[in-house]
Design a protein around this ligand. Sequence first.
Ligand code: PGA
Length: 238
Amino acid sequence: MKLVVCNLKNRMDSLEFKKYAEDLKTLDSKGNTVIVALSNIFLLSAPFGRFQLASQDITSLIDAVVTGEVTGHQLASCGVKYTIVGHSERRISKKEINIDFINKITEAQNNGIKVIYCIGETLSEKENGETEKVLEQQILEVLNNVELKDIIIAYEPVWAIGSGKIPNVEELDTTIKYIKDTLRKNYDLNFKVLYGGSITEENVDTFKDLNVIDGYLIGGASLKVASIQNIIDKISTN
Ligand code: PGA
């Protein structure tokens, strides 16, 4: 059984979401854990179904009253069970750094929200042979400073996000094993590790033999419930 995390990002207006929410009611998780990360404005109108609610962000400003921020307590009160932290889009566009991730993870944990912590190398880091060094840094500099509970790692190479490019099978196998070994070596714990970046119903089969992958973080392909269903169907028959 895998984790299937759908990241809708800032897509859809309220009419589009209404239709999407209707479709979501029909989603059959087939025993997998399906998590849907919505814009905060849609959290309270999410339907009940065979999936868990996630937020795409959480405040890093613990115990502060700040305009525009959303706290872990607020998210939990809307039924949010997971939150995404460290997504490369926020590392790049919002200049979020390790201290933000440490605070966000702490805020989530303080409110019973599980964390999906995203890590991944850029194209130039990959080309310079720095992937493992970068991933190790992204792991240790954050996880050394938080409680080690309820954290799932999402490996998302920056060059694969929204690009239509995916790693080859051997490369991904090696990288995910490296991430798991690093976590085990440093913390003596087994973490779940997801892959994210340009996963679609057409290419998800590519990784069907990689038992090391505990699930997928899906962006663009999660905009249609039928596509999510097709991905679930494919990973469930493997
Ligand atoms: P993508 O996005 O599937 O559209 O590449 C993945 C992500 O950003 O989490």
